[in-house]
Write a protein that binds this ligand. Structure first.
Ligand code: HEC
Length: 172
């Protein structure tokens, strides 16, 4: 289309951005700029980098997610090994919160605490993946499967019995 066309067409053309085609900028001035040292553009929501570690900003985001694997006895047996390597320094060998790091760090809770028993599997998985308030992410050095197995092991510990939680509004 020529800009010398009928005046009405010209007006429409001007309103829509004149003769320049704004949708496909050819000038480097108007391209997105990534400055050296600036943060890389964020990955789209839910993206999992190929060969990389899963990203998750907040454990609440996966509260409703269900395990893709059965959280059964064999998952718990694998989870026991993951727990021994990654969790005992803080949560202690039996998950009672008495690991050596807890003496120097915000103490890790006993995993049989009623409030933790009441969490969804997704929330526990989210805690391991994104980290908690003081707990660091357990993403590095573990696969998604490893973390679900650790959740299965935490459920096995909790099957021994959970502490009671004061009902809402009782001021515990
Ligand atoms: C560096 C110490 C540390 C390590 C390692 C650690 N945790 Fe924790 N964990 C904590 C602390 C502190 C809290 C309580 C505060 C919080 O939510 O961050 C916690 C909380 C939790 C909770 C309760 C979440 C909730 O709020 O209901 C679970 C479940 C849990 N950890 C499981 C694990 C498992 C499983 C591992 C190993 C894969 C692990 N943690 C490794 C320190 C640790």
């Amino acid at each position: 289309m020529s800009c010398r066309a009928h005046w009405a067409t010209l007006l429409v053309g001007l309103v829509a951005g004149g003769c320049e085609n704004k949708q496909w900028p050819a000038s480097m001035d108007v391209q997105p700029i990534v400055r050296p040292g600036a943060e890389a553009r964020a990955a789209p929501a839910g993206a999992i980098p190929l060969g990389g570690v899963e990203t998750l900003a907040d454990r609440e985001d996966v509260s409703d997610v269900k395990s893709p694997y059965p959280l059964d006895a064999s998952a718990a047996a694998r989870g026991r090994g993951i727990f021994a390597i990654h969790c005992t320094p803080c949560h202690g060998p039996e998950g009672k919160g008495d690991g050596p790091v807890s003496a120097k760090f915000p103490p890790a809770p006993n995993l049989r605490h009623g409030s933790i028993c009441n969490r969804s599997d997704g929330y526990l998985y989210g805690t391991l993946t994104a980290g908690g308030r003081a707990m660091p992410t357990m993403r590095e050095g573990t696969s998604s499967r490893d973390r679900w197995d650790a959740v299965a092991y935490v459920r096995l510990l909790q099957a021994e019995g959970c502490t009671s939680v004061a009902p809402e509004g009782s001021g515990r």
